[in-house]
Design a protein around this ligand. Sequence first.
Ligand code: 4UW
Length: 580
Amino acid sequence: IYTSPVPSVPLVSTSVFTHLFASPSGDPNTIGGYPGSAKAFIDAETGTTLTRAQTKNLALSLGYGLRNHPNTGARRGDVVLVYSPNSLSWPILLFGAVAAGLRCTLANSAYNVKELTFQYTDSGARLVLTSEEGLPTVLEVFKQLGVSKAEAEKRIIVLGAGLQWAGGLAAPDKPETAGFLHLHDLLTLGALEQEEKFEGKDADETVYICYSSGTTGKPKGVETTHRNITSVLQIVKTTFPELNMGVDSVLGILPFYHIYGAVKLVHFPWTRGAPVVIQARFDPEKFCASIERYKITMALIVPPVLVVLARHPAVDKYDVSSLASLFSGAAPLGAALVKQVTERLERRRKGKGSVAILQGYGLTETSPTSHLLPVGDAMRKVGSIGILLPNLEARLLVDGDGNGDIEAKEGEAGELWLRGPTIMKGYLNNPTATKESITPDGWFKTGDIAIRDSEGFYYIVDRRKELIKYKGFQVPPAELESLLLTHPDIADAAVIGVESAKEATELPRAYVVHANPEKVKTEAAKITFQQSVRKWTQEQVARHKYLRGGVVVIDSIPKSPAGKILRRELRERAKTELAG
Ligand code: 4UW
């Protein structure tokens, strides 16, 4: 059993809200240890800014509104689904719901009706907070579920575009959303919520439910508790002074509905008193323009962003010299790319020293961070996910079937297992999947294959689980496979991930068996069929699940005697096909 080279830190468990907003000094002018007048969240486009005091006030107003507005009447433990791209509303709605003792389930803002319906029903959500652009999809979900219009109007809260927070009020809403409750209706009842406490055992109540497919199958709700979140915040804050964002600005382009963005952008910088500049999605021009405009010192990214930073002309067009560190995670990062970007940005820093490109590692199930690479080791240990965080334990197991008793030797690869206060409570309403992923003595099986070097640095070298990662987003093969099986001309299907070095990501690639092989005898017929399957899939899934790695017609899917898809065989095959 491995522990961290860094000593454990004492952990205090309260609710997430108390952790972020309490002022232990008793000074009413400080909120969570920093002045209430300090900037907390900034909208990149408009420059609209929320101070810490405004954030607190609005969150408590929303908490009160969620519980007391006659339409909503939420109660402790109710589930609220959030369906929106990044916006200034996010911190308000997360902290407001948490203050009111609600649980938030965060949905990908690119989800279509089918995907959203699944998460809405599976999570048992009562209320939906949606962006204006998401409203039509939400309405279609309700329509298909047979929810009446009157009932839908009680369950939907529209966030409203272009929130003008100056007076705590929103800009006028669009006619398309008239009749629906808006965020500002809940913010203006004129009272503040008395925050719900989650102390002692109650800290093990769920606060966030993000979705992950884990090691196999379809997405499952991950029950993240107050203790999980407050623990990870305390551990990272205490252990990594270099993540001392201080009063420097952090650029927030990662989606807040993914646990990485939710924790590392909405919660973590707050604990350091650092403002977050919020941008809805990654765009090279806007990314560099924001760095110049807001003198950004740190940005959290995924590997494909580095590909852009290595080549895109925008990097030369704007003054990006303030950028001192980049934090990458959610997918493997190649050393060559790190070197390329470090060199390019160093030139742009105009003698202000080099840019540290750091890595973090974690999973939705581990709240999420379990490993971080310290700044001092950035170049020495390029490609490493860093060291194990304190308060966590790790094992590396060679034994593949999960009985898990053969430990990897030093430098040998094994499946990474983790134990500690940041491991999720379990998969929502799914004791079977929970039991398969967490052993009775508390070890969580990551499904990732790692190596630990003699100095305690970890490297992710492979993945045991089925999961595909497209630009950091989860693409569960099982979901695409069951969709493909509903295609009238497909008899069998398997989906794997193939590497694209050019884009620094995996791409989902499907192998399909035609129901009537006679019809795809010629090369031309095959190509037409492959293209039609690709197009057909695109009409039914969110963008990150498109079959960008191609569709291949095959005679039969390789399977084990027990009927399990032999993915390794397909991966080998893909390598040959793509090399040729
Ligand atoms: N290298 C290789 C990595 C890496 C990786 C993740 O969608 P999820 O459930 O969760 C995430 C979380 C990312 C994250 C957490 C904390 C943190 O500090 C940070 O860093 C900056 C990033 O992506 O997917 C989990 C799966 O994603 C892969 C791995 O397979 C894992 O099981 N993964 N990070 N650095 N692979």
